[in-house]
Write a protein that binds this ligand. Sequence first.
Ligand SMILES: [Fe+2]
Ligand SMILES: [Fe+2]
Length: 279
Amino acid sequence: MDIDRKAFLDSLGGAEAASKMDAESRADALEHRMMEELNTAIALKHGGHPVPDPGKYPTAAQVEAQIETRPFRAGAGFLMVPRSGGNVKRLPPMPENPTLIDFFKLRFTDTAYHTMQSANLAMKNGMSEEIILACLLHDVAQELIRTDHGWWGAQLFEPYVSEKVAFAIRYHQALRYYADPSVGYEYPDLYRQLFGVDYTPPPYIEATYQMVRKHKWYMEPRMVAVNDLYAFDPNVVVTIESFLDIIGRHFKQPKEGLGNDGSPVAHMWRTIIRPDQPL
Ligand SMILES: [Fe+2]
Ligand SMILES: [Fe+2]
């Protein structure tokens, strides 16, 4: 990774201040800086989010003004409009009867990293297998479309998972905006960056939150929000293989393959398989 030397020295208080530091402190500072830059690079690659900078949150009006600075709409899925710039790449072919694992390996490339880190955290925190599965699946619909991704995601998975898992996926999106100190969940800094520091969610999100808050399954989506992890930990390498048993027990893989199974959402899977198809 290339480090911007001047920016690094500036962060230490300038070249002179840096020269007065002992070698070990300077090495620590460099390591810290590299982690930060790696976090930014990973965050941009996996989800397109900038790492929030508390000193520079935009206002909701400034976020609104950014719309016409981009050649795409923010709701466009990562598979459809990559955020890394340049042309899209030819996608690897999918097997004839694709499984959820195949989608993780060949299509969910921008979101799987984040969801696997979240599911791994949920596992470490001793969550139920259904919550771990919900964490693993909670954001992958953002490959297709980002707007209302909780609802899109729940619909994409509903025929293959329990009602509780679909509930957790659908409503994690609304709960993300509301703190719950009883489980240590705070409003995310990322949202101040993404939506603006003075943003208030629209009425349907507020009404959904009020409904879910009183629901007997409230803790299911809440635990997805609690384990929703944006930070990159370079010491944690997570692969889909860690979740094969849970997927095997809780995901009803159709034998014809996702997209070929005639379910009400098969077309959504086919679109993910062939996003280059014009019609
Ligand atoms: Fe989400
Ligand atoms: Fe997430």
